[in-house]
Design a protein around this ligand. Sequence first.
Ligand code: PLP
Length: 364
Amino acid sequence: MTRPVRARINLQSLAHNLSLARRAAPDSRVMAVIKANAYGHGAVPVARALGAADAFAVASLEEAMQLREAGIRHEIVLLEGLFERDELELAVTHQLQLVVHCEQQVAWLEQFRSGASLQLWLKVDTGMHRLGFAPDVALAVWQRLQRLGYVKTGGLRWLSHLACADEPGHALNAQQLSRFNEITHFFESLQGVRAECSLANSAALLTRPDTHFDWVRPGIMLYGASPLAAAADLDLHPAMALESALIAVQQRCKGDSIGYGQDWTCPRDMTLGVVAVGYADGYPRHAPSGTPVLVNGQPTALVGRVSMDMICVDLGDQPQAKPGDPVLLWGEGLPVETVAAQAGTISYELLCGVSARVPRSYAS
Ligand SMILES: *Cc1c(COP(=O)(O)O)cnc(C)c1O
């Protein structure tokens, strides 16, 4: 028997979640965010499953090239644009769209000559204070980009990113939206044409129609995890099941300590299961004792520290469990958000962190 840990990806769930995004933002086009190997799900199979999206967004040229080499013909946006001047040639050849967020990138673009056209997204910092041009210089940058011979009419779009969209009532959302509206409206009145705009991530897509504009940019919701800080019934279907199996079942006595650091001690005689999954697979090392794990579909609790390749669970309610029995670490029936909250992190980190040694399998 080969080591049983695997990530089972349900392609139908991805398509279902995309259709939910469409229904929530019916007047916008959807740029499906599949950076970081599609949040750990596998960029190419995910792109195929999300073929109904209008565009894809990734974090780097390498991620984009992986899609192009697999024959994906969609519009592809590089969310951080160029990291080096040398990337421009390939970006043009493969018709990749670039976010422009800093002066250095503008300079590279101004030094570049091309007969082909390039689609650019000007990133404005409306209050997240991470990437982008301040609103008071963005217009001047826009005009410089407009003068580039290879940027055609309609070849420039506005983009900004929300810092607190997971808390829909947060005051910064309204502030960022109003700054975004201000700059894009001012531009419109100046030039007499409207450029396309994009602001919403998953959380804003689901909660704030006023942020939808021309393009929404859902990421996490496509994978079936809630983007909202508070619980909500969104009908998202988890796309990933992180599965493994029991590799041992042990009888332990009251007072026995379990695993590294004698971190946890049996409060009574008990049956423990050893599961083949650990932090080297991406299961969070900081998940505390008590974190839920499903064995044979039934809830059990993690006990002791997470090791590199193994965890232990309390089989109290199913002493008949045996090696080979199936284990679910997260997926349908055990939301990744629940495990993430226990471990003091977010679903995004757990999904992206499923390591390369975990085989992905795909079912539709
Ligand atoms: C990652 C990312 C998104 C997607 O965010 P989710 O919260 O996963 O929906 C959207 N826009 C930008 C710029 C991003 O970097």
